[in-house]
Design a protein around this ligand. Structure first.
Ligand code: SAM
Length: 258
């Protein structure tokens, strides 16, 4: 789907892209192909796409021998995608869906050109609810990459970096300049892949809430922010006065008590 296709489609559907939904549609066919390749799809996979828009990625995924479910908040686009590509489309705000209502644990692969205004909640939801996924391919704002890949004891380190690190291997793949989209956004995007590792099994909504609590006041001692086993914390090599940003992702997994 190139720029002319995207512009023609928006005119045919009588559709004006909405900034409030982060609607910047990918119109570079080579990049769309590379993104779908990065999904590493296998026959019979179940794929979840958040925000299919006009189908830049959807159109390529439906050609593969996989099952696709797309979640699209904009009813006009949801109807268009469902009619054009015949895949299952849930016309809802993804952040409001209950895990059971979209069979979260059934997906092997997730892909999204993430609406940037919801990057953190969407990523947290994917990471904690897609308990059987092996790979995620996500387009995020370039400036958010530092936060996603941040290491302990840095300003950027926080709950999102911890959840991503626990999921497994994070790889920064390539950038997409603003002129690869219609309408052209102010920022550059970056494609990242997340590949599941063994520690992903610990990911849950409970763990995510625990980590969020630990960071509620970054400047305070972590022991004052959340209910943490003091003895275990010191056994793991931290002082009683340590702050949330000093604790490694794996140690968060150890400190979390179900
Ligand atoms: N995947 C398409 C592409 O690459 O051209 C569209 C990407 S566009 C950046 C983001 C898409 O997410 C839009 O179609 C928008 O309507 C949809 N969207 C925004 N907020 C959403 C939400 N909360 N739940 C589901 N879809 C959402």
């Amino acid at each position: 789907m190139n720029r002319n296709d995207v512009i023609r489609l928006t005119e045919e559907i009588g559709f004006l892209p909405e900034q409030k939904f982060g609607q910047n549609f990918l119109c570079d066919e080579i990049s769309a192909g590379r993104i779908v390749e990065l999904c590493g799809l296998k026959e019979g996979d179940k794929v979840l796409e958040i925000g299919p828009g006009l189908g830049a990625l959807t159109s390529l995924i439906v050609d593969r021998p996989v099952g696709l479910t797309a979640v699209e908040i904009d009813k006009r686009l949801a109807e268009y995608i469902s009619k054009t590509y015949g895949c299952r489309v849930i016309d809802e705000d993804y952040t409001k869906l209950k895990a059971a209502s979209y069979d979260a644990s059934s997906y092997n692969v997730a892909v999204s050109n993430i609406p940037y205004y919801l990057m953190t909640p969407i990523m947290k939801k994917l990471l904690t609810e897609l308990t059987n996924s092996r790979r995620m391919v996500l387009m995020v704002e370039k400036e958010a990459v530092a936060r996603i890949c941040a290491r302990p004891k840095t300003k950027q380190y926080g709950p999102l970096a911890i959840l991503c690190s626990l999921y497994g291997d994070i790889k920064v793949e390539f950038d997409l300049p603003g002129n690869y989209y219609y309408p052209v956004p102010r920022t550059t995007s970056t494609v990242i892949t997340l590949t599941r590792g063994d520690s992903a099994d610990i990911l849950s909504e409970g763990l995510a809430s625990f980590i969020a609590k630990c960071f509620i006041n970054r400047r305070k001692k972590v022991l004052n922010n959340a209910d943490i086993d003091k003895q275990l914390l010191t056994e793991l090599g931290y002082s009683e006065s340590c702050r949330a940003e000093e604790i490694s992702p794996n140690d968060y997994a150890k400190l979390y008590v179900v």
